[in-house]
Design a protein around this ligand. Structure first.
Ligand code: HT7
Ligand code: ZN
Length: 845
């Protein structure tokens, strides 16, 4: 396969003035006619006329009305063209019904639907399918289906046809078309300049009752983007469509967002609080792309973080504003450590702006998205909120309608602030997680922090240079009073000291407040210091972090000496915090969480110990059991505090109470054999309560009846049944996880070609740390068997799921060998897709 390099970028030889597309829809023989006005691009030197096109049957082609016979390859076509503006016309035939890869035009349960990012448009017609070619599109759809949608504003319609016109120039990856028997949940939004926008959420008949939340989230997003970023919506209509078969969460096509139904449909009975929050965030994310991605897009796919990092950053600001900022920050950091750190510390490590790829779909990663957002958060901290706002205004003003680069992005900050961001730019080019160690000294009333930064080598990058690290620090005196409020230290050297004079007593430092940089902080804080910070830190993130450090230390001690129990002093201190009813229940629920078994494995590996997944699981279980027994007397009062009497609402306040209640119920089930969970399951009138009861019953080994009842109740609901499949595997005892997965993949409702169902089962197996790393390698083999099968149908989802193997180097030689063998079987599969081949090659190194 060909490798594409950032350094090889050249502009396309032609500009596109307009595009007219006609679709005559038919499941196995859709006809697509394109009329495209091209003109020589004065900014380009290479005038080769190459149009991408894959899996297309070319029926005819013409230039300025005269038939031509292009040179066609499996990747596209070339053709001699005039040295002046000209009209290109082509007719192709495609078969959406046979398209199981879910890229291009495909069918999902009778509905036509497209997915063009990153390079799916080339499966629809011949076109310069690259993001720097932006054009105005007009579309005509012919079909007997009642609802026919495309981008932009609606035009004329008639019996069996509809026309759409999108006035905003866009790259082809933002093209979308939907046709189906759909129902609309409609509303209206008036922009701050007074324009009315029709809003529609299109769903299958039967799903109308699951639209209200998504619509509210959309309106909140539209208002927030006006209020906070001054960005107004720019079309007469905004359509969202829910589709069941979808590779990712959602897609920001201009004026026609397409959503995985799991990322938009919600009702109290069928969706958990976590679902509601995720839906709100994804709707916001896709909506925010209208400015950060669509109006200003990427010059090439290496610049993906330009739109994704910024849009993730914006959606996390939105969630922080609507809900609790500390709770959101802690959740984001848990997620970053669970998904991005392992990626950055293993064979798949790559810079936020990669420099080469074979298959761009493989770079929609936690590094590009989440680390990309962290980089923007650091930039904002460094320049300050006001300068950030001015830089963003300049970005929108200067680059509206353009396809941009990271250089363009950083230049607006340089021009706004006068700062030189050359060193900061290393965050985009240098892969790997920096490790930040710290030493403390105190003499002559001066407290000094000495930091050292070091980034371990990553594939293709042996030498690393120092990065700019914004380190937010606060100091507390021995009474617990804050004597130095949060101060931003700007580290630029490999080693650097910062002093704080005039401190009559040695302070306790709260370092990296708010997780101000995405690094691994190596700090030898004593148990007493962490207990002190847990009790007194004014920074909610670091208060939580102190408890995390104590949890890790306690679990590590239990692992090295299996006779030990959990750290009693920590549990006492934690209980004091948990019982503090002045604190947000959502925050208290987070404090009750333990580091994941996978994170513990990584920490052991870094400390030079080979992790034993079963031992880690046993220690975590023993910890949970001991804690439940120790706190048994306090649990009823905590459960009472978490009780919600008001009618269900997915708002942050109620959701936080339910999160606390769920954590308490999990503890109760360990001491009452599942009695409280059973009662909650029977009485539940919302999915959060029902599912937390079910998972508690599964861990208590008492879930048979509840699982059967749940299945009988929800058999007809695909999204709820995904949960039923998933929890049984994710919460199975490690020795059972493979058998449970096998049994469930034989269930008549295991529709393995549906990405949600596939992920619900096989993704859950990979999440069951000790179950996945079973010593005999049975889980590795089972996953590899399924990935081989799926790859022939859906390479994109297969390749993404190969990341289950990304941390193989952490484990013992026998497990490593078994994981390599499973990956080797995949690699040797005849006809393996480019997506999966690239992933396996990178994993095997
Ligand atoms: N920009 C989108 C990324 C994407 C995608 C979405 C659905 C299916 C396949 C896809 N490939 C790439 C989603 C986003 O980040 O908002
Ligand atoms: Zn996005």
């Amino acid at each position: 396969p060909q490798t594409i390099y950032l350094k090889d970028y050249t502009p396309f030889g032609f500009t596109v003035e307009k595009v007219e597309l006609t679709f005559r829809l038919a499941p196995t023989a859709t006809r697509v006619t394109s009329r495209i006005r091209f003109a020589p691009n004065p900014a380009a030197t290479d005038r080769t006329f190459f149009l991408h096109g894959e899996e297309l049957k070319l029926i005819r082609a013409a230039i300025d009305g005269a038939e031509v016979t292009p040179d066609v390859t499996p990747q596209g076509l070339t053709c001699p063209v005039p040295d002046a503006p000209f009209d290109w016309e082509a007719e192709v035939e495609i078969a959406p019904e046979d398209n199981t890869a879910l890229e291009g035009l495909y069918m999902s349960r009778g509905m036509y639907c497209t997915q063009c990012e990153a390079e799916g448009f080339r499966k629809i017609t011949y076109y310069p399918d690259r993001p720097d070619v932006m054009a105005v599109f007009s579309v005509r759809i012919e079909s007997d289906l009642p609802v026919l949608l495309s981008n932009g504003n609606p035009g004329d319609t008639g019996a069996g046809w509809a026309e759409w016109h999108d006035p905003w120039p866009k790259p082809a990856y933002l093209f979308a078309l939907v046709a189906g028997d759909l129902r609309a949940h409609s509303d209206r939004f008036t922009t701050r300049s007074g324009r009315a926008v029709d809003l529609n959420l299109w769903v299958r008949p039967g799903d109308e009752g699951k639209c209200a939340w998504g619509m509210e989230a959309l309106k909140k997003s539209m208002r927030w983007d006006e209020d906070v970023y001054g960005r107004e919506y720019d079309l007469d209509v905004f359509n969202i469509v829910a589709v069941d078969d979808f590779n990712m969460g959602a897609m920001e096509n201009k004026g026609l967002n397409i959503f995985n139904s799991s990322a938009v449909l919600a009702s109290p009975e069928t969706s958990t609080d976590a679902n509601f929050e995720r839906i709100e965030a994804i709707i916001a994310h896709e909506y925010f792309h209208n400015w950060t991605g669509n109006r200003i897009t990427c010059r090439d796919w290496f610049q993906l973080c330009l739109k994704e990092g910024l849009t993730v950053f914006r959606d996390s600001q939105f969630t922080s504003d609507l809900r609790s900022a500390p709770v959101k920050r802690i959740g984001d950091v848990i997620d970053l450590r669970a998904r991005q750190f392992p990626e950055d510390q293993g064979p798949l490590s790559h810079p936020v702006r990669p420099e080469s790829f074979q298959e761009i779909n493989n770079f929609y990663t936690a590094t590009v998205y989440e680390k990309g957002a962290e980089v923007i958060g650091m930039l904002k901290r460094l320049v300050g909120d006001d300068a950030y706002a001015r830089a963003l205004d300049l970005y929108f003003e200067r680059h509206d309608g353009q396809a941009c680069t990271i250089e363009d992005w950083l230049r607006v900050f340089e021009d706004t602030t006068g700062r030189d961001l050359a060193q900061f730019k290393r965050w985009y080019s240098q892969a790997g997680t920096p490790r930040l160690s710290v030493e403390e000294s105190y003499a002559d009333a001066t407290y000094t922090l000495t930091f050292r930064q070091h980034t371990p080598p990553t594939p293709g990058q042996d030498e690393k240079l120092p990065q700019v690290l914004p380190i937010a620090v606060g100091l507390l005196n021995p009474n617990g009073d804050e004597v130095v409020p949060t101060t931003l230290l700007e580290m630029t050297e490999a080693e650097q000291s910062f002093s704080f004079p005039n401190l009559p007593a040695r302070p306790v430092a709260s370092i990296l407040r708010g997780f101000s940089a995405p690094v691994v902080l190596e700090r030898d804080a004593s148990r007493e210091e962490n207990l002190f910070l847990l009790a007194h830190d004014t920074d909610p993130f670091n208060r939580w972090e102190a408890s995390r450090a104590l949890a890790v230390a306690s679990l590590m001690n239990m692992l090295s000496d299996p006779a030990r129990g959990p750290d009693g002093a920590w549990l006492d201190a934690l209980l004091d915090v948990i019982r503090d009813s002045a604190l947000d229940p959502a925050y208290r629920a987070l404090l009750l969480g333990l580091p994941s078994e996978s994170e513990l494995a990584q920490r052991l590996y870094e400390a030079g110990t080979t992790p034993d997944p079963e031992a880690i699981h046993a220690a975590a279980e023993k910890h949970r059991q001991a804690r439940a027994e120790l706190w048994q007397a306090q649990l009823p009062a905590l459960a009472e505090e978490a009780r919600v009497d008001a009618p269900f609402s997915p708002d942050a306040a109620q959701a936080g109470k339910r999160a606390l209640g769920g954590a308490v119920l999990a503890m109760q089930s360990r001491v009452d054999g599942g009695k409280a969970a059973s009662a909650q399951f029977d009485a539940a009138d919302n999915m959060t309560a029902q599912l937390s009861a079910l998972t508690s019953l599964i861990t208590a080994g008492a879930a048979d009846d509840a699982l059967a009842a749940f299945e009988a109740q929800w058999r007809h609901d695909r999204l709820v049944m995904d949960k039923w499949f998933g929890v049984q595997i994710a919460f199975a005892p490690p020795h059972d996880a493979v058998d449970v997965t096998r049994r469930l993949t034989e269930h008549p409702d295991f529709d393995w070609k549906n990405p949600n169902r596939f992920r619900a089962c096989l993704g859950a197996l990979a999440m069951n740390h000790a179950g996945f790393h079973r010593a005999d390698g049975a889980a590795y083999d089972l996953l590899a068997d399924w990935l081989i099968r799926l790859d022939a149908k859906n390479p994109q989802t297969t390749a993404r799921m190969c990341t289950a193997f990304q941390s193989w180097k952490r484990y013992d030689a026998a497990r490593q060998e078994k994981m390599r063998a499973a990956l080797g079987r995949l690699r040797d599969q005849p006809g393996l897709s480019r997506d999966t081949s690239e992933m396996v090659a990178r994993l095997l190194g």
